[in-house]
Design a protein around this ligand. Structure first.
Ligand SMILES: [Fe+2]
Ligand SMILES: [Fe+2]
Length: 248
């Protein structure tokens, strides 16, 4: 029995792959086939796979059905969190989504799921991604302050959702937590953030995140041990479509 995670499948069986520079290149060629084969090799029926957001390019449910069916057909238990591109998933309608896919997919949003004696908690998260203004040496000299104000509002909302998830698990008696975010827990200016503070306050053992694509972004946030918590980036292109083993 093992717990695996990966994020950012960006499936597009029914929608056009958007021409974004960060999701181009060899690693994305037939990526859904590479991932399907890796899952078939690695994941057994008793294992759990957490998919950490950006599942589909579809802009509404009708454009995501084949993508979600592909996920349903992967081996093991599948738990999904929201990414910034998941237009099919309105956070307030998570219950309806859970009912629709009952017995096939589980949706982590303000709730929690158990894995052995761990609680899997999470939310989309958020981090201010600029625009940052750089000088000729690539040093950050400033940023868009209006966008930063908007970002702070979203961060507050996401922190409330994350706290609800931790609290639900704590009230149910759990004391061991794995925390999942779609966005990285810190941005390029931060060493720590309200998300890393919350992970520490609740005593999370691991923080798992995705969203960062391409060599130039993979190290935007924390990797490995920070204040006794293990941080892992699991975006699919970073992992070359091999799910990362989080727990045995
Ligand atoms: Fe993504
Ligand atoms: Fe994303």
């Amino acid at each position: 029995m093992a717990l695996y995670a990966i994020g950012d499948l960006h499936l597009h069986f029914q929608s056009e792959l958007k021409a974004r520079s960060q999701i181009k290149g060899r690693v994305w060629k037939n990526h859904e086939e590479k991932f399907r084969k890796n899952c078939a090799k690695m994941i057994r029926p008793e294992d759990t796979l957490v998919l950490v957001g950006d599942h589909s390019w579809g802009r509404k449910m009708a454009e995501c059905e084949e993508d979600l069916q592909y996920i349903c057909d992967l081996p093991g238990r599948k738990i999904l969190t929201r990414g910034n591109h998941d237009m099919f998933w309105d956070a307030k309608k998570t219950n309806a989504l859970a009912q629709r896919f009952a017995g096939k997919l589980e949706f982590l949003q303000g709730n929690f799921f158990s894995y052995q004696d761990y609680a899997l908690v999470g939310t989309k998260g958020f981090t201010f991604e600029g625009p940052f203004y750089l000088n000729q040496w690539g040093q950050v000299m400033g940023w868009d302050e209006e966008k930063e104000v908007q970002a702070k509002k979203i961060v507050r909302r996401e922190l409330a959702r994350l706290s609800a998830s931790f609290e639900a698990a704590r009230e149910a008696g759990y004391r061991k937590y794995i925390m999942f975010l779609h966005y990285p827990p810190t941005n390029i200016l931060e060493e720590h953030s309200a998300f890393t503070d919350m992970a520490e306050a609740y005593g999370a053992q691991q923080v798992v995140y995705a969203h960062c694509h391409g060599d130039s972004r993979f190290y935007d946030s924390i990797h490995g041990d920070y204040h006794g918590i293990q941080y892992s980036l699991v975006s699919g292109d970073f992992l070359k479509w091999k799910p990362r083993r989080i727990l045995d």
